[in-house]
Design a protein around this ligand. Sequence first.
Ligand SMILES: [Zn+2]
Length: 276
Amino acid sequence: MDDLKFVTAGQPICNGNAGYENSFKILESLKLDGMELEFVHGVRMSPANQKIVKELSLKKDMVLTAHGPYYINLNSKEEDKIEASIKRVLDTARMGKELGAYSITFHAAFYMGMPADAVYKKVESTMSEVCKVLEEENNDIWVRPETTGKGTQWGNLEEIVKLSKNFKQVLPCVDFSHLHARTNGGYNTYDEFCKIFEHIGKELGDKALNNFHAHIAGIEYGEKGEKKHLMLKESDMNYKDLMRAFKKFDVKGVVVCESPIMEDDAVLLKEYYLSL
Ligand SMILES: [Zn+2]
């Protein structure tokens, strides 16, 4: 990626049901850079919409990312659910590739009361199946487990970075709001943000900082982690220092804004970032 792009998590809210063509118009008028396609309830898009999304994103030089289904658990105790989860990740990657997307992300697994290292091994072995199939299919899209928002969900920063180290095609999707919520208020200072980028750069090299995928929103949280997304200005999310850290490390890639007023907050993030 040649710079840092700011995109919405799905079609802009003000678009209502006006369709993808209008969504791209809105993004363009707001000077935003694209959108994350939300396949959270299943990897489905009509052929007509696929054509519009593919053609318009190319024509308007917009970046696309994709979010996989919520019903993914690579650590399920039932083998058929693991197989179904692998298929959902693969289908997201296939649809992403077909539409010309840059990167896909998903919530990889739940701990299910198991020790973290056993869960890590399970996730690692299922990810190796995913990567093997994608390689056979010549699909080189970035595949990214996301840092999760609750302690019951597998995927703190260290786990995601460690997993990324083992696969050429895997990099983290860093959901900064999730990290903040998961630690009940941590990861919210300039130094803490810098440490995240330092850690990723040290462990995964420049390719990770030059091909970033981040999620940002305001967030409400408690001891168990994430409760719900909030507007940036109504939350304690220190987005200004986060943007400063992005700038300091010259991070390139895609920032997806997931706030309830996502297009407005994506503009807020982008304008602040560009003002630095
Ligand atoms: Zn997510």
